[in-house]
Design a protein around this ligand. Structure first.
Ligand SMILES: Cc1cc2nc3c(=O)[nH]c(=O)nc-3n(C[C@H](O)[C@H](O)[C@H](O)COP(=O)(O)OP(=O)(O)OC[C@H]3O[C@@H](n4cnc5c(N)ncnc54)[C@H](O)[C@@H]3O)c2cc1C
Length: 487
């Protein structure tokens, strides 16, 4: 599986043949008429939008897209794909970086219209259907002054994010999204609708907390919630790149000492030509410190400002856009940097320490990025996410203190080769500083294949492989960070 562009590899409209599923029309019509949602086929006017995903590098042509409207539709679609030997892909929010939510010539189970939400403030839980975005969940929970720990860009789907971890501003205080899963409804490859929780189908519940989409189609997720906001402090301070060592070291000290467990993200990039940034800083290379205070109550933003102040005093900044904001706004601060349909190529590397040599390499690679919109991100981990035992959920490599995201983000297809090369070279070099492991939600495994994928699952791989054999022995669910069924 590759996340390199496959434009022109298949045929379709404009010189390309329509994917042919080889099934008689009457069979397809019968399937379509049994769905509450729509079955979208290549001849339908909205086929092009139905097959498009967030990453413009991905250009796959499924034979059918089943826009499900409920669990019955998901069961019917899984059964149809299996019984007719069609490849099956599963789409939650469509923000999977490798684009595995769509597959060539197969059936896409598309959950994007399954967005019901039920918040239970008295029990501090929320149940969200598998098509919800982080923004949907945040909006609903914040009406009650609550939040589930999710990621940092609001258009991302809860489904893919949670199944492979889920890391955001609350990760150090409250853990990963998957750590806060209370239960889930799962349609297995056999078409059975199961509940997975700490008391029912515990093996399945263990596996879906880090094992990705390997075990079934998750139709809804029940999360544990925490009081957060309603206003929080958003730290967004941009230092000159030449101060990066001080910035990284200051953040290192901060997380070691911070009782509040804020979770800094240091981004190495270049200031965009956007009006919120001072014109004099446009184009300047930066090392930015981003964080959201995780507190709750009327004084949360004020206390957050005090707690995050040390991160804003590291050196003379190029600019400081920090402010008190509603939590839902803090959750959207990065949204504009990731529009749909742009060209993206990302990888990730774990690291056990920030050596001087590593910092020097990070700086050189960041400065060499061919696109001004590409970044290297340093995620400070630890806190609550590291306090969960490695074997308690399928999510692996919890104790690693640093995760680097290498993000190639650019606009023109003509620039693809050198941007992809920059990500690959940076990745290969930073791997020398890693003791192993990648974050499977920021693919670093696709072209490298089995070895990195196994590193992503770490010591949990063998157990995952056994559970895969129980719930999906034929590997129907294989467009994901795929686990081979044991035996
Ligand atoms: C702009 C952007 C920002 C991001 N920020 C963060 C972040 O802050 N923190 C973080 O941890 N990650 C982040 N990610 C990574 C993100 O978690 C993954 O890309 C994730 O896969 C997105 O989930 P999705 O449902 O939108 O994707 P999709 O493309 O719909 O799904 C990805 C894969 O998940 C599986 N899947 C999806 N839905 C289901 C389902 N209902 N049942 C079973 N399997 C399913 C399938 O295998 C599918 O191929 C970000 C990604 C993007 C593009």
């Amino acid at each position: 599986m590759s996340e390199t562009p496959n434009r022109g590899h298949q045929a379709g409209p404009g010189g390309r043949t329509t994917p042919d599923n080889g099934l008689p029309r009457a069979v397809l019509d019968r399937f379509a008429s049994g769905l509450r949602g729509r079955l979208i086929r290549p001849e339908d006017p909205d086929y092009e939008t139905a097959r498009a995903v967030w990453n413009g590098m991905i250009d796959r042509r499924p034979a059918l897209v089943a826009r499900c409207r409920g669990e019955d539709d998901v069961v019917a679609s899984v059964n149809f794909a299996r019984d007719n030997s069609l490849p099956l892909a599963v789409r939650g929010g469509g923000h999977g970086v490798g684009g595995q939510a769509v597959c060539d010539g197969g059936l896409v189970v598309d959950l994007s219209e399954m967005t019901d939400l039920d918040v239970r403030p008295e029990g501090l839980t929320a149940r969200a259907q598998g098509g919800c975005t982080l923004g949907d969940l945040d909006r609903a929970t914040q009406r009650h002054g609550l939040a589930a720990p999710v990621g940092v860009v609001s258009a991302t789907g809860i489904a893919g994010l949670t199944l492979s971890g889920g890391m955001g501003w609350l990760r150090r205080k409250y853990g990963l999204s998957c750590d806060n899963l209370v239960s889930a409804s799962v349609v297995t490859a056999e078409g059975a609708l199961l509940t997975a929780s700490g008391s029912v189908n515990q093996d399945l519940f263990w596996a879906i907390r880090g094992g990705g989409g390997n075990f079934g189609v998750v139709t809804s997720f029940e999360y544990r919630l925490y009081p957060v906001g309603p206003r929080v402090f958003l730290c967004t301070v941009y230092y000159p790149l030449e101060r990066v060592e001080e910035v990284l070291r200051a953040c290192e000290r901060y997380v070691a000492e911070s009782p509040e467990e804020a979770a800094p993200l240091v981004v190495l990039g270049r200031i965009p030509q956007a009006e919120e940034f001072p014109a004099a800083a446009h184009g300047e290379p930066f090392a930015a410190v981003l964080a959201v205070s995780p507190g709750a109550g009327e004084t949360a933003a004020e206390e957050g400002e005090r707690a995050l102040r040390p991160l804003r005093k590291i050196a003379e900044p190029l600019c400081d856009l920090s402010e008190a904001v509603p939590y839902t706004e803090g959750q959207k601060f990065l949204d504009d940097d990731y529009p749909d349909g742009r060209l993206y190529y990302w990888k990730s590397v774990n690291a056990p320490e920030l050596s001087d040599k590593l910092i020097a390499r990070l700086t050189e690679h960041a400065a060499a990025a061919p696109s001004p919109d590409s970044t290297i991100d340093v995620w400070y981990q630890g806190g609550a996410m590291a306090r969960v035992d490695e074997q308690e959920t399928a999510f692996a490599n919890r104790g690693v203190p640093y995760l680097f995201g290498i993000e190639g983000n650019w606009d023109r297809e003509a620039d693809s080769e050198r941007n992809v090369a920059w990500v690959r070279d940076t990745f290969a070099d930073l791997r020398h500083f890693s003791t192993g492991g990648v974050y499977l939600n920021f693919p670093g495994f696709l072209e490298e294949g089995e070895q990195l994928l196994r590193e992503g699952y770490g010591s949990n791989y063998d157990r995952l492989s056994e559970i895969k054999a129980k719930y999906d022995p034929g590997n129907l669910l294989r467009f994901n960070a795929n686990i081979t069924p044991k035996g």
